[in-house]
Design a protein around this ligand. Structure first.
Ligand code: SF4
Ligand code: SF4
Length: 325
């Protein structure tokens, strides 16, 4: 673990575009409120400036070097591999000792090979991928080429994890897919589905059979509480200092929930120098271990503070939907 004031993981939502159309994806299939907001935005701010990271790269690099921290740029989307000049961006960033990358990708284009030509495994903290089995079968008619690609990356020394989300619609085939990949040498990480399908919330709505399957085969995923206990209100949290979110616009916020602006990568920003109290009533962020130096220190918070935090959180959710639309 890096000392938190000297390191920052920048979770960067590069663009909301993808060459896949996974039916469970909230990025390519935005829900109705988001579609409506997109329409309103196109009317009220039709000429919103969109930056090209490739064109602005020198300035962006300079601003991150000025922070004096080691940075991992965690590129996600949408699909980062289809972002213009993505391989060149990765090559340039990783030419600096201070910077490394991680990529969240469906690995469906050969851009991944242009990246591995110039970015060595030690500069890639992680590659996160997913089988997206239905979409891969629809587009390519098979999944073997994906498995081969993953095994090749592993063999070259890249750390890579491949998820398989247990969506209710995939339940009938999950065991078959899991065994098929395992026989070819790829162990999938089975993940419970966290979301809404046909008006029901998952994983809480998994059937008894689905819950038993998870409990017996993948116990670490068997809790049907989607986030566990996630009220960190008032705790000193490292987000904004050692973890930040960067949105498509270049705006930097502390985390997904707290959209208080820390600036913009294309014009200037200041990261927090110390851990700051969480002001949200619920934390939707992953990996709380990275967020707190002292998990045991939970401040006393009264019901009024929680109510205020809930109202504030509702405002931040709206702000995030607006920013991302
Ligand atoms: S590959 Fe990922 S980003 Fe693309 S549609 Fe599927 S879930 Fe969404
Ligand atoms: S919502 Fe989560 S990540 Fe954000 S400040 Fe609170 S504890 Fe930290």
């Amino acid at each position: 673990m890096h000392p938190s004031s000297e390191y920052c993981y920048a979770n960067w939502f590069l663009a909301e575009k993808c060459n896949f159309r996974c039916f469970y994806c909230s990025v390519v299939n935005p829900q109705r409120p988001k579609r409506l907001i997109r329409k309103i935005k196109s009317v009220v701010s039709p000429s919103r400036r969109r930056y090209s990271l490739y064109d602005e790269l020198d300035g962006v690099i300079e601003r991150f070097l000025r922070t004096g921290r080691k940075i991992t740029f965690g590129f996600t989307g949408g699909e980062p591999l289809i972002y213009p000049h993505f391989a060149e961006i990765c090559k340039r960033l990783t030419s600096f000792d201070e910077f490394s990358i991680s990529i969240d990708s469906n690995l469906s284009t050969d851009a991944i090979f242009r990246i591995t030509e110039s970015v060595f495994p030690e500069k890639v903290e992680y590659i996160f991928s997913a089988l997206h089995v239905l979409e891969r079968e629809r587009v390519f008619g098979e999944i073997d080429s994906f498995i081969e690609r993953v095994l090749w990356l592993k063999n070259e020394g890249y750390r890579i994890d491949v998820n398989y989300v247990m969506h209710p619609i995939l339940f009938d085939r999950i065991e078959r897919d899991y065994r098929y990949c395992l026989d070819k040498g790829l162990k999938l990480s089975i993940k419970k589905f966290k979301g809404v399908y046909q008006g029901k919330k998952y994983p809480a709505s998994y059937t008894a059979e689905m819950k038993d399957y998870l409990r017996e085969n993948f116990p670490s995923e068997s809790s049907c509480d989607p986030f566990g206990s996630r009220n960190f209100l008032g705790r000193n949290c490292n987000s904004g200092m050692s973890i930040v979110n960067i949105w498509e616009s270049g705006d930097i916020t502390r985390c997904i929930a707290d959209t208080t602006s820390l600036g913009n990568v294309y014009s200037g920003f200041d990261l927090n120098e110390t851990a700051q109290p969480c002001i949200m009533a619920n934390c939707p962020c992953f990996d709380p271990i990275r967020l707190f130096d002292d998990m045991d220190h939970a401040p006393e918070i009264g019901p009024l503070s929680v109510r205020i935090a809930r109202i504030r959180q509702a405002f931040h959710v709206l702000k995030r939907v607006w920013q991302q639309s």
